[in-house]
Ligand binder design. Sequence first.
Ligand code: NCD
Length: 316
Amino acid sequence: MRFDHRHLLGIDPLRPDEITTILDLAEHYVTFNRSRQKHANALAGLTQINMFFENSTRTQASFELAGKRLGADVMNMAMQASSIKKGETLIDTAMTLNAMHPDLLVVRHPHSGAVDLLAQKVNCAVLNAGDGRHEHPTQALLDALTIRRAKGRLHRLNIAICGDIAHSRVARSNILLLHKMENRIRLVGPPTLMPAGIEAFGTEVYHDMEEGLKDVDVVMMLRLQKERMDGGFIPSEREYYHRYGLDAAKLSHAKPDAIVMHPGPMNRGVEIDGTIADDINRSVIQDQVEMGVAVRMAAMDLLARNLRANPKDIMA
Ligand code: NCD
């Protein structure tokens, strides 16, 4: 197993074999998490601090559970939105925490690049739990594990990523990962919600759901990220649902065994019809949540092995 990284800041720096290493180890933790006895000691003696400067339900809960199941001492910092003052404040906070000798720092921040900056200032391993619209590596990894388990492979699949691509770190990390694993990626959504410089992504772009979903193996829906919109990107939610919301009629254009994904939190009746989201024959949304804990255990386990193998690094 090779995973030569001190931090997990994004999918961008990872090689395909390193992605496979994380997913293979996560498979082990899927079985482990389904057993009655859920205590291991891969992180025993280590301190994990979760710093979420943005709201989160599943990501924070799963990082906390992952750490506890692997024996770490886990602390959740209550980061109030009002205390975010960018630059100086973030680095000050980081230096304060650093002085307490954490081993693993899990950080979510509303500004793209903030987690990378923080990683340069501390001595511990940093995991990016989502930075602005930049990256959300553990989400892409848990999506990859979900796809690999449902489809039996993670290459040569036709995958449609639909909706608010422009504001989505989930889309960015998924595009990077699925591209590295040699899949065909289609981005489907209104022109106003496509990122600038989309041509460089190596994907196909569709503005029509029926065309975009034709014969795909995977339909990945995204939430409308209203908190990152500072203007009118869509005419109305009703109009958006009509054109881009996933319902049975639109889904019928995908392959009959196509799976439906959503990172959550979901807006039923905006980007997805509730009955599709709940259809256990099509939707793997709950599997994504389950895979999230396993993938985060695998990522922290691998980073902790590197910490233990390079103790000097910790002291540097
Ligand atoms: C995503 C996020 O925060 O980027 N959610 C998550 O981590 N499960 C997607 C979103 O907020 O829409």
